[in-house]
Design a protein around this ligand. Structure first.
Ligand code: IFM
Length: 437
C-alpha cells in the first residue's frame, strides 16, 4: 500500500494522492438509523425521555438550546422509526453510490437476529443478506459491525454487558451471522468502541444501565474483550480469510503542560485506559485496526481535561484534525492495516464539514506518507441519525434527514467529499493551511 504519489496541481504544489485501492465511504449503526428496533436502548429511551428533555436546559449552552429547541422535547429522545433505513437502505445506498463511495460500514442488530436466546430469525438474516447484496451490486465493500452497543432484551435480563454469559452469547450469535452471511463479507468489526460503553454507562453513568461503579466498569472491560476474543476465534474457524477487528475510539491525549511531570504522568494513565488497554487485552486477535477519532484531550493532574475549544462542532466538541495524525502514528507499532472506521462532526448548517473532512484527510495522508498503513476512511455518518442519549438534534450526516417526511437531501459537504472519493486525492493544503508539527 505504498504506491501513492503526489501530482502537480495548477499552482505547482502537489495534490495528495491516496494509496491505490483506498476505501472511501461512510458509516452507520443499526439502532441509530434503522427504526423499529426493540432492545435495551429502546426500553431505556421510553423510561428516560422526559428526564432527558428536562435536563437539557441545564446541560447545554444557550446558543445550543436556541439552535436546537427540539432538545427540550421528550420526543427527541425516542429513536422510534429513526431514518427508516431498514426499509430505505436501497435508496440510501443509491445516494452513497452517487457520492462515489466504494465502501460502507453498517451494523447488524442482534435483537432482530436472536430475539429469544438461542432462537434465530431467518427472515432477519435474509434482510441483511439483501442489504449486503445491495452494497455489492453498487460496488461497495461492506464493513459489518456485529455489536454497536444494543443488547437483546433477554440478554439485558441476564445482566447485559455484566452477564457472565455475554461473551459466549456474543460469540454464538457472531458465529451464526458469519456462517450465514460470510459469502458476502470480508471485513467483520466485532465490538464498537468498548471504552465508550465503559465510560458512559459504567463510569459517568449516563447510558443504560446507568451504573456508576468502577468495579462494574472493570468487569465490562473484561467481558467485552473476552467477547471479542471468543468471536474472533469462531469467525476465523469459519474461514481464515475473514479480516476481523474491533472498532476503537482513540482520543488524542496530551499533557496540558508538557513541562509538568504530573501532567505527563496523568496523560500516560489516561492514554493507557482510553487507548491501549483494550488492544492489549485482545492481542493477537486482530487482523486490522479500526480507528475512530473524535476527541482531543489536554489533561491536567489529577485528571481534569482542558481544551482550547476555539473551533467546535454543534455538540461543543473541539475540532482538532492534527490529532488523527498522532493517533495513527501511535498505531504504527502494531504492524497491522488500519481503517479509519469513524470520524465526523455534528454540523447542522454544514458550515464546517467539508473543511473538517479535508483537514483530517490531509493529516491522514501525512501519516501514510510517513509509513502508516492506512487503507480506508469512513465518515460518520452517511445519514443524520439518532445520537443515543442526545437524541436526534445533533446532525452528523453527509445526507440530511427531514424527520417529518423522511426525505433525504445531500449536503454540499457530501459533494466535496465525493470529489475526493472519486479522484482518490485531495487538493494540496493552501499555504496558510500547511501542516507544521
Ligand atoms: O454516534 C456515535 C457512534 O454510534 C459511535 N461513535 C461516535 C458517534 C458520534 O458520537
Amino acid at each position: 500500500m505504498d504506491n501513492f504519489d503526489k501530482k502537480n496541481s495548477s499552482d505547482g504544489s502537489k495534490a495528495l494522492t491516496f494509496p491505490a485501492g483506498f476505501l472511501w465511504g461512510a458509516a452507520t449503526a443499526a439502532h441509530q438509523v434503522e427504526g423499529g428496533t426493540n432492545n435495551d436502548w429502546t426500553q431505556w429511551e421510553k423510561d428516560n425521555a422526559e428526564r432527558l428533555a428536562k435536563e437539557a436546559a441545564g446541560k447545554w449552552q444557550t446558543w445550543q438550546q436556541e439552535k436546537f429547541p427540539e432538545m427540550l422535547d421528550p420526543e427527541n429522545y425516542i429513536s422510534g422509526r429513526a431514518c427508516d433505513h431498514y426499509n430505505r437502505f436501497e435508496e440510501d445506498f443509491d445516494l452513497a453510490k452517487s457520492l462515489d463511495h466504494n465502501a460502507h460500514r453498517f451494523s447488524i442488530e442482534w435483537s432482530r437476529i436472536e430475539p429469544e436466546e438461542g432462537k434465530f430469525d431467518e427472515q432477519e438474516i435474509e434482510h441483511y443478506r439483501h442489504v449486503l447484496q445491495a452494497l455489492r451490486a453498487r460496488g461497495m465493500e461492506p464493513f459489518v459491525t456485529l455489536w454497536h452497543w444494543t443488547n437483546p432484551l433477554w440478554l439485558e435480563e441476564k445482566g447485559g454487558c455484566e452477564s457472565k454469559d455475554f461473551a459466549c452469547n456474543f460469540a454464538y450469535y457472531s458465529q451464526y451471522v458469519v456462517s450465514k452471511l460470510g459469502d458476502l463479507v470480508n471485513f467483520w468489526v466485532t465490538i464498537n468502541e468498548p471504552t465508550s460503553v465503559i465510560s458512559n454507562a459504567y463510569v459517568s453513568g449516563n447510558w443504560p444501565p446507568q451504573k456508576k461503579n468502577i468495579f462494574a466498569a472493570q468487569k465490562v472491560y473484561r467481558v467485552l474483550a473476552d467477547a471479542h476474543n471468543q468471536a474472533y476465534v469462531e469467525i476465523k474457524k469459519i474461514n481464515q480469510k475473514f479480516q476481523v477487528g474491533f472498532a476503537n475510539i482513540l482520543h488524542f491525549i496530551e499533557p496540558l503542560n508538557s513541562n509538568s511531570f504530573f501532567d505527563r504522568a496523568t496523560a500516560k494513565v489516561f492514554n493507557y485506559f482510553v487507548n491501549r488497554k483494550f488492544l492489549k487485552m485482545t492481542k493477537n486477535n486482530n487482523d486490522f485496526l479500526a480507528a475512530q477519532y473524535y476527541f482531543h484531550s489536554r489533561v491536567k493532574f489529577p485528571g481534569k481535561i482542558k481544551n482550547d475549544n476555539k473551533i467546535i462542532s454543534d455538540m461543543g466538541w473541539e475540532i482538532y484534525p492534527e490529532g488523527i495524525y498522532h493517533i495513527l502514528k501511535n498505531l504504527k507499532k502494531y504492524n497491522l492495516p488500519i481503517y479509519v472506521t469513524e470520524n465526523g462532526l455534528a454540523d447542522v448548517a454544514d458550515e464546517k464539514r467539508a473543511e473538517f473532512i479535508k483537514n483530517h484527510l490531509i493529516w491522514i495522508h501525512r501519516a501514510i506518507d510517513e509509513g502508516v498503513d492506512v487503507r480506508g476512511y469512513f465518515y460518520w455518518s452517511l445519514l443524520d441519525n439518532f445520537e443515543w442519549d442526545k437524541g436526534f438534534w445533533p446532525r452528523f450526516g453527509l445526507i440530511e434527514i427531514d424527520y417529518k417526511t423522511l426525505k433525504r437531501k445531500i449536503r454540499p459537504s457530501a459533494l466535496e467529499y465525493a470529489k475526493i472519493c472519486k479522484s482518490n486525492e485531495i487538493d494540496p493544503p493552501r499555504v496558510d493551511e500547511r501542516l507544521s508539527p
